[in-house]
Design a protein around this ligand. Structure first.
Ligand SMILES: Cc1cc2nc3c(=O)[nH]c(=O)nc-3n(C[C@H](O)[C@H](O)[C@H](O)COP(=O)(O)O)c2cc1C
Length: 180
């Protein structure tokens, strides 16, 4: 599938999309996004410590949504925004605690997928809140069949959207910068 943005355009136009048509991404789109994930860097090149779970099964999506909502406010709200696909990034904690580099690597994998999805014109949103809720429900985590010792850290929703990507004005000072 042909990309239609250059990198800086993709970075500028990407924004969090929380509305989905309900249609699924094509197999080819999903493959390209997963290939992008496999291109992402991870700390110390320890790729074997990261795992992606591509969740399209409606019952599993609903279970994650319910577990996440229960952890936050209990009303079963749309923590995954009704997206048809959720890609979860998990990391091998090896029985201990995850490090800053572990979380950062997982985030970079997620962001790489989000940029690829944007480039393909698909909607995508970073999902940390729902994953924080998910990990409080061991029964739901067990349904995900993660490799032993792996812990969910973050993910992205994916799906076609009616929202358009368009040039965005960027406030150049919203993140503080010191130049020395
Ligand atoms: C680390 C991280 C975690 C985020 N977690 C969530 C989340 O759980 N749910 C959500 O709807 N958006 C989440 N977001 C999206 C941010 O709210 C969003 O990117 C930010 O408000 C800037 O908006 P933009 O992405 O449209 O530029 C997250 C973004 C990042 C970088």
């Amino acid at each position: 599938m042909e990309a239609f943005m250059d990198t800086l355009t993709t970075i500028n136009q990407r924004h969090a999309i929380r509305n989905y048509t309900g249609a699924k991404p094509t197999t080819e789109q999903l493959k390209q996004i997963l290939t992008a994930a496999e291109s992402a860097p991870v700390a110390m090149g320890q790729f074997e410590r990261y795992h992606l779970t591509v969740i399209e099964d409606p019952d599993t999506l609903a279970a994650i949504n319910t577990a996440a909502a229960a952890a936050f406010h209990g009303d079963g709200g749309p923590m995954l925004y009704g997206a048809p696909v959720f890609v979860l990034v998990s990391v091998d904690a090896n029985g201990g605690e995850l490090s800053n580099a572990d979380y950062s690597s997982a985030a970079i994998i997620a962001h790489t997928m989000a940029l690829a999805a944007t480039d393909l014109g698909l909607g995508t949103c970073y999902i940390w809140g729902a994953v924080a809720g998910l990990v409080q429900s061991p029964d739901t985590v067990a349904q995900l069949q993660l490799p032993a010792g792996f812990v969910p850290t973050c993910g992205i929703t994916l799906g076609p959207t009616t929202e358009q990507y368009a040039p965005r004005p960027v406030d150049e000072h919203r993140i503080g910068v010191t130049q020395l």
